[in-house]
Design a protein around this ligand. Sequence first.
Ligand code: KIV
Length: 276
Amino acid sequence: MSGKSPRITVFDLAARKGAGPPIVAATAYDAFHGHLLAESGLDIALVGDSLGMVVQGQETTLPVTLEEMVYHTRMVGRGVGGEAFLLADLPFGSYQSSPEQAVASATRLVKEGGAQAVKLEGGRDFIEHVVRIVRAMIPVVGHLGLLPQRVHAMGGYRVAGRSPAEAERILDEAHALVEAGIFALVVEGIPRELAARMTREIPVPVIGIGAGPDTDGQVLVLHDLLGWTSEKDRPRFARPFSDGRGEALRALAAYARSVREKSFPSDRESFHSLNE
Ligand code: KIV
């Protein structure tokens, strides 16, 4: 018996450390966009808990449940079809309580969602959690810097690691996570100098978001990079690579106009009875 192997594995990603082109990742939340992302040749489809804000319209990522992550991961997996690495976030409240809870939640994302690996936010507080997930044969990606799940604890979304002491603390946490067994690390909202130093120092791929150009890869929220989010809702570091929002607004306005003036549908866009 043999199944279809995914095109990109943890070993392929790990091998990109310091070699080959940078890793390209973006978020996806459903099958349609997972397919688009895989067809474009991106390396990683991240089912981020940012879906709470991006597709559920929540203020933060905190309300996102494990059930919802499993559901979205399964959808994205169908779209990706093994052509991009499928990574899923452990949402707030699904891993913090204990290593046992972390293993159980990670197992659901893999077993029911089809994820190839899970990502969790935090460093030294969750070392045992990472060790235990890895021991359960589930690859783990760390996430340091600005941690959206700590929005209340941090008093908002702020660039992390600007002071030398905080930079050292984040570096120390990165080393601890590597020792615990992560195979890659996402760093969010940190100074480019710190990201560059971390990329030089730690032996696993460092994938940045709002962390400058010197990492082993980049990740962006799909809706930001396609330009669907309005400028005021888009972080400064997120470059829109198309005018998705403008295009969508123009298309919807044209559709509404055509329906109202009765130029849509045309005869060519209509069916005829057999005797007409
Ligand atoms: O949830 C998410 O989209 C993420 C990225 C910001 C890295 O974790």
